[in-house]
Design a protein around this ligand. Structure first.
Ligand code: NDP
Length: 493
């Protein structure tokens, strides 16, 4: 059986190209696969040992030592501003590549490329405003507190928003004057290489300040984490992998920032604008087919509106159009890979056998054994300790939990090892404050969901992460703080 989605011709990319010297090649080969058709999107030369990582990390240090990069904020701003413009100029091509490789809808891919450009622009501005502090400590003593770049930052990224999540780390790291070594997810290497290319080609970017190594997480990723020349690791991925990264980095007391998984509660109170809350619930749970760390994958609905709300949600699920993500009419795309499809389907089956299926979508007629579609499903009446309720599924599986009052809503929301995000839908501002303060989450959306801003921090409580990205904190994470102390007194004591 062959793929049945009819599309224009696609020529498999051979990456990295001769011009993409920032990307270190090895003896291995990796195919990236289109999750809609099973076509090979790109074939990449990748590392299969840790030897290339040594070479890359040394090159990054040499680049920092030989160039004025770390002390020239104006230059860093120019480089980043040109990079943002290059992303905007190339949005059509990059968005198509992203959709072919990751599988998300073309509209989402365009948003990802443009949000990436926006993130770069924000940190281009920040590159010239990385202020320290100065203080008079006595008549003779003065303190100057500087923010200095850390050095070489290893950036390890996941596959769900591969361009934006890489840029969310490299833009502030570079703005602060560091060099970066990127290790992308093996499922989405092509968008990473093509997305980095215009930055690496910038005439004012010293060669070696932006480098990329390709290969498996277990070998190449681990080599980045344990390489003594890597001064900090910015990791985005699953909580289990992140915990392992932290343990591996602990031997050398290397700094880590961790952006990890979630199982976020999206709480609908009876007094909410239910039309808006319905839109929000659909967006929260099914953006990128549920493959988003902040997915509102636990929908909490107050008793008195539970039946009405879930019935209307069912109508929305029935209206989803699953299909080719390059087709603008498609509203729900495949998941990223066969293994993800298998894992998500297994969770859906556990939910089906232990809860009540409240709504379910249908697979596209032209899906075949190459395509990675999963029919969206909404499940209620599950035991609170079910793996479907507690574990991150990362697919279009929405759990619904009912609550009687505010206290119970908070208790259910808090019954999770994660703490990445939450949504609250209510017309009572006092309640919004109370519940917003009570839930353990790095981002809490009130009467909205999934609105991100480069200016505002994101990150996780509990097993959802360590540190913050975006905003002012997002650049400070990539700095060391140094106190220079001056004393003009004639005698020492
Ligand atoms: P993984 O943790 O499987 O992989 C993330 C990255 O780590 C990949 O580049 C992977 O390489 C690499 N890796 C795997 N094993 C190791 C290792 N032992 N040492 C070093 N690196 C390693 O996550 P996914 O790619 O599956 O991404 C989905 C996850 O990411 C979800 O849990 C999601 O919640 C989380 N995420 C969190 C976000 C946040 O902001 N909090 C944002 C987006 C996603 P390889 O691909 O080669 O295995």
């Amino acid at each position: 059986m062959t793929a049945t989605f009819t599309r224009g011709p696609w020529t498999t990319l051979q990456l990295p190209t001769g011009d993409q010297k920032f990307c270190v090649t090895g003896n291995g080969s990796l195919d990236s696969i289109d999750p809609t058709t099973g076509e090979i999107v790109a074939t990449l030369s990748v590392s299969t040992t840790n030897a290339e990582v040594d070479q890359v990390v040394s090159a990054a240090h040499a680049a920092l030592a030989a160039s004025p990069w770390k002390n020239d904020g104006a230059r860093r701003a120019r480089v980043l501003n040109r990079y943002a413009q290059a992303l905007r100029d190339d949005v059509d091509r990059l968005a198509e590549l992203l959709t072919r490789e990751q599988g998300k809808t073309l509209g989402e891919s365009r948003n990802e490329v443009l949000a990436s450009a926006d993130m770069v622009e924000y940190y281009a501005g920040a590159a010239r405003m990385l202020y320290g502090r100065s203080m008079a400590l006595s008549d003779t003593a003065h303190a100057v507190v500087l923010r200095e770049p850390i050095g070489v930052v290893g950036v390890i990224t996941p596959w769900n928003w591969p361009l934006l999540l890489m840029i969310r780390a490299i833009a502030p790291a570079l703005a602060a004057g560091n060099a970066v070594v990127v290790k992308p997810a093996s499922v989405t290497p092509a968008i990473t290489v093509e997305g980095l290319a215009p930055l690496a080609a910038d005439p004012e970017l010293p060669e070696g300040v932006v480098l990329c190594v390709l290969g498996s997480g277990g070998i190449v990723g681990d080599a980045v984490v344990t390489n003594p020349g890597v001064d900090m690791i910015a990791f985005t991925g699953e909580s289990g992998t992140g915990i392992n990264v932290m343990k591996r980095a602990a031997d050398d007391l290397r700094k880590v920032s961790l952006e990890l998984g979630g199982k976020s509660p999206n709480i609908v109170f009876a007094d909410a604008d239910l039309d808006k809350a319905l839109d929000g619930a659909v967006n929260a749970a099914f953006t990128t087919s549920g493959q988003i760390c902040t997915a509102g994958s636990r929908l909490l609905v107050e008793d008195s509106v539970y039946d009405e709300f879930t019935a209307r949600l069912g109508e929305r699920i029935a209206g989803f159009r699953l299909g080719d993500p390059l087709d603008p009419a498609t509203t729900l795309a495949p998941v990223v890979s066969k293994s993800q499809q298998k894992s998500v389907t297994e969770y859906a089956e556990i939910g089906r056998s232990s809860g009540t299926v409240l709504a379910e979508g249908t697979l596209p007629a032209d899906a075949d054994e190459h395509s990675c579609f999963v029919a969206p499903i909404v499940i209620g009446d599950l035991p609170a300790d079910s793996p479907v309720v507690q574990e991150e599924i990362f697919g279009p599986v929405l759990v619904v939990q009912r609550f009687a009052d505010e206290a119970e809503a908070i208790a259910i929301a808090e019954d999770s090892e994660f703490g990445l995000a939450a949504g609250i839908w209510t017309s009572d501002l006092n309640r919004a404050w109370r519940v917003g303060r009570a839930v353990s989450a790095g981002s809490v959306w009130i009467n909205t969901y999934h609105h991100f801003y480069a200016e505002a921090e994101v990150g996780g409580f509990k097993k959802s992460g360590l540190g913050r990205q975006q905003g002012v904190t997002g650049i400070e994470e990539f700095t060391e703080t140094k106190h220079l102390n001056f004393d003009s007194a004639e005698s020492l004591w």
